[in-house]
Design a protein around this ligand. Sequence first.
Ligand code: CMX
Length: 434
Amino acid sequence: MSLLKTKFVEKAVPAAADFKKLLKEYGNVEIGKVTIESALEGMKGIPALLCLTSKLDSNEGIRFRGYSIPELQEKLPKLSPNDEPLPEGLFYLMLLGEIPTMSDVEEISKEWKKRAIIPKHVYAVIDAMPKESAPMADFSAAILALATESEFLKAYNAGVGKKDYWDSTYEDAMNLLAQLPVIAAYIYRKHFFNGEVIAADPSLDWSANLAHMMGFDSPEIYKLFRLYLTIHADHEGGNVSAHATHLVASALSNPYYSYAAGMLGLAGPLHGYANQEVIAWVQDMIKEIGTETPSKQQIHDFCEKTIAAGRVIPGYGHAVLRKTDPRFEAQREFAGKYCEGDSFIQIINDLYEVVPPILGSLGKVKNPWPNVDAYSGSLLMHYGIKEAPFYTVMFGVSRALGVLASILWDRALGMQIERPSSFTMEWFKEKAGI
Ligand code: CMX
């Protein structure tokens, strides 16, 4: 058994006993109240999910196992002191709750290289999708096609007992994480480079290899990919992609089905699709105003027009955050270091001044500040990755780190099927005293 798997089971066994004890002895302790608003407006704020991998504070932003993004940048293993952390290390941290050593990270890297095998029929499924299908549709279809390889499915069908579900789930999670960059790059090359595939370079890490297989090679791009794949990895358990993965996994669907469900949620405009919408929207702005260097007043007028048309400003607002997203800040810092003089990024920076007062003045937007998606596309554009419809796939590759670590814990703790109750309109009216 690999060191990571051994360490996971050493932690999982006592954690599962704690979990059972919590339920048995404290199961009837009340932990929050549910109002009509919280139930009918997306269940926001209802304490209803367990998430070990990360926690989101509305003012401070995300912490992964207690560590903020700047802390991850300082503490997680890096290839050189000025580099960004290796996401392999973040996976280790999210799974075990411990900062890994470089040798722990190298072990994971080695394993993922070994496991990055894609059966032929998966390529055939991607090839069969029409050119005009969205890259996220190809990505989800490919993940479903990969489910033929599911170790969980095989173990389940062979009659394995509940307490061992985590074992085959671990194998599936590790295989999927190894396979995803290969699939993502294949989809990118199919859509935008006539299907000319670039093979993985065994000397590169997980993130750099994705850039390489997409056709982009430079130390700076590799660094950007390490940052990108780190910061998008997890955002606690209630966001649509994490929750959808967890919900589907709770029915004992295998990790491929569960993660594919999460990806279909990520593909929505209010979630990960926003990273492509930001680019399309700024491009519309440039076209309409007729210059690549619009003034702040012109940007302001374009934003007002978007709102007046009943649309949202993509990349702004959040269901939980109430301040600027630290993932936005991390990317802005990267741009400040490496992308000076980029007029597109200048618009993104100007929007940061212009949009919050506009959204604030509407009186209904709970968070007028930017989220992760406001910046990410502009950085990719800077390095020549201009195909915005692909951006959500990159978000999805990163999100796999968090959601797969989480469903592994779901299996280890023996979590039950998720099944909240629903009520009729009459029931809600009666509760309201109407
Ligand atoms: N532009 C214009 N209006 C906005 C807005 C924005 N960026 N953000 C919120 N609002 C509006 C909502 O549409 C809602 O209007 P109605 O009452 O007329 O329906 C009102 O303000 C209240 O919404 P809220 O409580 O502040 O926000 P929600 O929790 O309902 O929604 C989010 C959060 C992210 C879906 C929303 O802010 C939004 O649509 N943002 C733009 C899309 C986006 O960037 N999504 C990516 C989020 C990050 C991610 O998951 O990747």
